[in-house]
Design a protein around this ligand. Structure first.
Ligand code: PMP
Length: 418
């Protein structure tokens, strides 16, 4: 019998029949609270009626209108609508299918536009699994081990992950910027550096928000040396953090932003936004692909933007995010094994730590498993896989957050005996 590859690691045993809002229903008829949202994708919830209708209507008209052969209405409409939400000056868009492809597009654009070979990424960052994106990923060796040689020209600087270093945020930030300058002086000359690639909140790396001083430090160095600041908003965009963009929290101007996940409520679609001036510096024909900007995905994305606006999902993410963070902190207060709870909006992570301060992946895994058995789907993340993350759809309501927190409190207490 043919089977799925055993290399696809399953986080839960659930076989889904259908989804509705924040719930998934399995083939035995059980209901699960989905606080994974398909790894931060189903922003409007599962099968939001407005998104379903837009996709169904589009399927009857045109499914694939290959975008370097013909142009189609949903792509043009989406491009216009994104103009309402993109940061000022980022008025030119390229579309692809996955986050990794968007990263690679930004890599091509930055190298071509600057004529420089190197990029700097920040430790704990996740940018994807294709070889270039994996070469830029430092959230865990599991994403790059065994596939070397990786792409050359990638250098890694520290991220201000205060809890990891055991410092306060200011000390961690000063350290990270000082190390970046040291990297410039010792390994990667600024005038050979095309771009910084940074997530506003480390996602796979453990749900660690950056901060305003750190981002200002990057912007200052980018301006001083003609380096592009590429902000990877793949997981943090479209309201996820309680602001439209994750970087909105830090008052920083990006040169390029990368989008995917929450953009199309589950249809594969990603993109890169930059200024027309910057795009014009790269080489004609260097952007393309068979499936990018699929007509159904674009129609779903237009509908997603409408739902985000009409249902005030950005505001909801901020309010429900506060509730979730406070509730998760109350659970952590009752047990010594959760050393840190942090996040922005509806990205909340609880980091499990042993009494001596070492990462406790076993307890994080046990709690995640127990939660799934109790009807709450969660994922782990972090370099040591010792962070349990909560990333519900942006439509989640207060009662559903309370429900998730109740289950969370119960499973943490029963697994840890606290
Ligand atoms: N960047 C970030 C910040 C991500 O979270 C992800 C996916 N987890 C990616 C890039 C890669 O996206 P994809 O899996 O669609 O290639």
């Amino acid at each position: 019998m043919t089977q799925l590859s055993p290399l696809l690691k399953q986080a839960t045993p659930v076989v889904v029949d259908h989804g509705e809002g924040v719930y998934l229903y399995d083939t035995d008829g059980n209901r699960h609270l989905d606080f994974t949202a398909g790894i931060g994708v189903t922003s409007t919830g599962h099968c939001h009626p407005h998104v379903v209708r837009a996709a169904q209507e589009q399927i009857g008209k045109l499914i694939h209108g290959q975008y370097t052969t013909v142009m189609h209405k949903p792509l043009l409409e989406l491009t216009e609508r994104l103009g309402d939400v993109l940061p000022p000056g980022l008025d030119s868009l390229f579309y692809a299918n996955s986050g990794s492809e968007a990263i690679e597009a930004a890599l091509r654009l930055s190298r071509q536009a600057t004529g420089r070979p190197n990029v700097i990424v920040f430790q704990g960052g996740f940018h994807g699994r294709t070889v270039a994106a994996a070469s830029m990923t430092t959230s865990g060796t599991r994403f790059s081990a065994g596939i070397s040689p990786l792409m050359a020209g990638v250098h890694v600087a520290p991220f201000p992950y205060a809890y990891h270093y055991g410092w306060d945020e200011e000390t961690a930030t000063k350290f990270a910027l000082r190390e970046l300058d040291y990297l410039f002086a010792t390994v990667c000359a600024p005038n050979e550096t095309a771009a910084f690639f940074i997530e506003p909140v480390l996602g796979e790396g453990g749900y660690v928000p950056a901060n305003t001083a750190f981002m200002a430090g990057l912007r200052e160095r980018a301006d001083a040396h003609g380096i592009l600041l590429v902000i990877d908003e793949v997981q943090t965009g479209f309201g996820r953090t309680g602001r439209f963009w994750g970087h909105d929290h830090f008052d920083v101007r990006p040169d390029i932003i990368l989008i995917a996940k929450g953009l199309a409520s589950g249809f594969p679609l990603s993109g890169m936004a930059a200024s027309q001036e910057l795009m014009a510096k790269a080489w004609p024909g260097s952007q393309g692909g068979t499936y990018g900007g699929n007509a159904v995905s674009c129609a779903a994305a237009v509908a997603t933007l409408e739902v985000i606006r009409q249902e005030k999902l950005v505001e909801n993410a901020a309010e429900r995010g506060r509730q979730l963070l406070e509730g998760a902190r109350l659970v952590a207060d009752k047990t010594p094994v959760i050393g840190d709870v942090r996040g922005l909006g509806l990205l909340v992570g609880s980091e499990f730590t042993k009494p001596g301060g070492e990462p406790d992946a076993a307890t994080a895994a046990a709690v995640q498993k127990a939660a799934a058995a109790s009807g709450l789907l969660l994922l782990t993340c972090g370099a040591f896989m010792n962070v349990v993350r909560m990333v519900p759809p942006l439509v989640v309501n207060a009662a559903q957050v309370d429900d998730a927190l109740r289950i969370w409190g119960e499973v943490v207490a029963s697994v840890t005996g606290s």
